[in-house]
Design a binder for this molecule. Structure first.
Ligand code: ADP
Ligand code: UDP
Length: 237
């Protein structure tokens, strides 16, 4: 399979056509963004670390029966994926309160959420990814009720698999964001799962080991991503 012209350059990844019309290449760049792209920085090794981290997680999810777009690695910073018709809705599950939930509700960071919460956000940087609900998604045609139900079911399945995987590495999966798309009419997990799109804390010290290190200017961002990867068994080569 050959890499062809670029289709799209997002904030952290670029997407390329391939010689197979049903496959694309995702290139994980070193670019790091926060606050809807207001803050951008290049962090050495990030593209490679997130590409390999994502490949490891996608393979674990696939093995657990969750359909994903992941086909295989293409290079240190690239992977081959199924070309999806993306649904512009982000699914967020939270096990512990942090981030926008704390800001929105004024609750204390770190409280356990039992049962875990499920939220939907519209993928729209210009509007700062506003929170939406099933009714709005249906009325505006972003997703059907059946698609939303399947996205919710799969997002919670991911929680079962990954909470246990990270717990084995002494880590708490605080929250995470997933994006889905359609492939032959089926809901498939797309985009990426890496410390850029989730929160991970050390289970004992509650040290932040995810993108909050970048958002909060704590430093050691990529070192933390590598530490998390090492603890769950990712091979960075
Ligand atoms: P953003 O668009 O939010 O700046 P990225 O820099 O991560 O994000 O760009 C990657 C883009 O590729 C995203 O818009 C994402 O929705 C899209 N994407 C991810 N996986 C697939 C896929 N399998 N098929 C089509 N598009 C995808
Ligand atoms: N998230 C993401 N992309 C977004 C919004 C959120 O990957 O556009 C992730 C974020 O990293 C966190 C979870 O989704 O793991 C919940 O994010 P939250 O709503 O708390 O927003 P934030 O604090 O990032 O503004």
């Amino acid at each position: 399979m050959e890499k062809r012209q670029q289709l799209y350059a997002g904030k952290a990844k670029s997407v390329y056509h391939t010689s197979d019309p049903e496959r694309m290449i995702l290139h994980f760049r070193d670019d790091t963004s926060a606050f809807d792209g207001e803050r951008m920085e290049s962090l050495a090794r990030k593209g490679m670390v997130n590409n390999k981290f994502n490949a490891f997680i996608m393979q674990k999810l696939e093995a657990a029966g969750i359909p994903t777009h992941f086909d295989g690695l293409f290079s240190d910073t690239e992977c081959v994926v199924k070309k999806l018709e993306m649904i512009p809705v982000e699914c967020v599950v939270r096990n512990i309160a942090a981030g926008s939930l704390v800001r929105r509700l004024g609750v204390e960071e770190g409280i356990e959420l039992n049962p875990p919460t499920f939220e939907l956000f519209l993928k729209n940087d210009a509007q700062h990814d506003p929170m939406i609900n099933e009714s709005l998604a249906e009325s505006f045609g972003w997703a059907t009720p059946e698609q939303l139900a399947e996205m919710k079911r799969l997002t919670f399945r991911v929680n079962d698999v990954l909470k246990a995987l990270f717990a084995d590495g002494g880590l708490l999966l605080v929250d995470y964001k997933l994006e889905f798309g359609l492939f032959d009419g089926e809901i498939v997990l797309g985009d990426e799962f890496s410390p850029d799109g989730c929160r991970l804390w050390d289970a004992k010290t509650r040290e932040k080991l995810d993108k909050d290190r970048f958002r909060q200017g704590l430093g050691g961002v990529i070192e933390a991503y590598e530490e998390v990867g090492r603890r769950i068994g990712v091979d960075f080569g």
